[in-house]
Write a protein that binds this ligand. Structure first.
Ligand SMILES: *Cc1c(COP(=O)(O)O)cnc(C)c1O
Length: 404
């Protein structure tokens, strides 16, 4: 089918919630995707960090095919082998003892919010339910999670929001201490903010939050929906900081591209969930868990060290570009979670990238976000750098920035 026709029919029948690029994708392999006209693109978005092993990774595709022929879904009224295997793997790899499965990031955070409230109520009584979250955070699009997300643009028009959240600036321990009162039950934070522009906290920030939570008996919740699954060069981002949270949420790459989310917690905290506390029809169904097990197993030590090495290389190359163009304000990243902040809206850049055969993401208006598969090769990075250099040169020459 012609690309224009696919786009036309889609626009007619699908809610207009995405500012989509005029591109209909039909096939993917590794870092490459193809549109319906047969044109190839190098994908530096990876489904927004949901395809950390690239497209159609053979082990993941095989696991899905196999499981689809055995058992797709039975509900959580019964035990299944893929769910057991996945929970065992996740608890073995992390600080956590227990896993609750759901289908998305927002749902994982919903579960975390419910667990924090329930735990606090069980241990400290009814009036302790507030959760502190950070400016520029992103926790999802349900009513509870937009209430947790301290950004106007996600909340506007959907009031009244859920009560029980207090917002403070990211990377500011004093502000957190000031915001704590008798009602506070938890602090919720992304170890590295993704949607908010790839913001990396100071070295002691997360440690400071950990100490505050210990001393005030608050739960520390890490939203690792974007940062886990090897994205930062460690399996979980918290491993960079020599500490662990009480509750952690995952989704995005957890199923290698298949929808699945998870909320993980220490035993003592998880025990506040009892039969009836929470549930999900599809959460952790055999098909999604088979994909998840294959994905987790495939992210091995060599993938992690490759991610770190190529991430460092990518950042170095982007910083070289920054020396050449004054409108590049900042380059920051860890592993293959990388942001480049410009002095003007970057949509014009992502559109130019698309014309040249590269998928690149834009966030917070002025930040180019790069989330390639963890298996990306240096030669792919080199191609993108050359394309960006060409685009930047043209922009500098035409001086179109002044018009933006
Ligand atoms: C993507 C994301 C979410 C929301 O996940 P959905 O699966 O879209 O609901 C929440 N938190 C973070 C940090 C994310 O990156």
């Amino acid at each position: 089918m012609k690309q224009d026709r696919i786009i036309e029919i889609s626009n007619k029948c699908i809610t207009n919630t995405y500012n989509r690029y005029p591109l209909a994708l039909v096939k993917g392999r590794g870092i490459s995707v193809w549109d319906s006209e047969g044109r190839e693109y190098l994908d530096f978005v990876s489904g927004i960090a949901a395809n950390n092993l690239g497209h159609c990774h053979p082990q993941i595709a095989k696991a899905i095919k196999q499981q689809a022929g055995e058992l797709i879904h039975v509900s959580n009224l019964y035990y299944t082998i893929p769910q057991m295997e996945m929970a065992k793997l996740l608890t073995k790899k992390s600080f956590a003892d227990k896993v609750f499965f759901c289908n998305s990031g927002a749902e994982a955070n919903e579960a975390a919010i419910k667990m924090a409230r329930k735990y606090s109520r069980d241990h400290y009584g009814e009036d302790r339910f507030e959760i502190i979250t950070m400016h520029q955070s992103f926790h999802g699009r349900t009513i509870a999670t937009i209430s947790a997300t301290a950004q106007d643009k996600f909340q506007k028009g959907f009031e009244p929001l859920l009560s029980g959240f207090r917002y403070v600036p990211f990377n500011d321990l004093t502000a957190v201490e000031k915001a704590i009162n008798g009602r506070t039950c938890a602090i919720m934070v992304e170890p590295i903010q993704g949607e908010g522009g790839v913001n990396i906290p100071d070295k002691d920030y997360l440690k400071g939050l950990r100490e505050i939570c210990f001393s005030k008996r608050l739960l520390l919740i890490f939203d690792e929906i974007q940062t886990a699954m090897g994205r930062t060069g460690k399996f979980f981002a918290y491993e960079h900081f020599d500490l662990s949270p009480d509750i952690m949420t995952m989704a995005k790459s957890l199923g290698g591209g298949v929808a699945i989310g998870a909320m993980l917690a220490r035993d003592e905290v998880a025990s506040s969930f009892i039969p009836g506390s929470h549930a999900s029809t599809f959460g952790g169904n055999p098909l999604a868990c088979a994909a998840g097990v294959a994905t987790i197993k495939a992210i091995d030590k060599s993938i992690l060290s490759h991610c770190k090495r190529t991430g460092d290389y990518f950042i170095r190359r982007l910083k070289k570009l920054k020396e050449k163009y004054s409108f590049i304000k900042d380059v920051r990243g860890i592993g293959l979670m990388i942001g480049m902040e410009l002095s003007f809206p970057v949509r014009v850049i992502t559109e130019e990238c698309l014309k040249r055969g590269f998928l690149v993401n834009c966030t917070m208006d002025r930040v180019l976000r790069f989330l390639p598969p963890l298996t990306v090769k240096a030669k792919n990075i080199e191609k993108l750098i050359n394309a960006l250099d060409g685009i930047f040169k043209e922009i500098k020459g035409r001086n179109i920035i002044s018009q933006l």
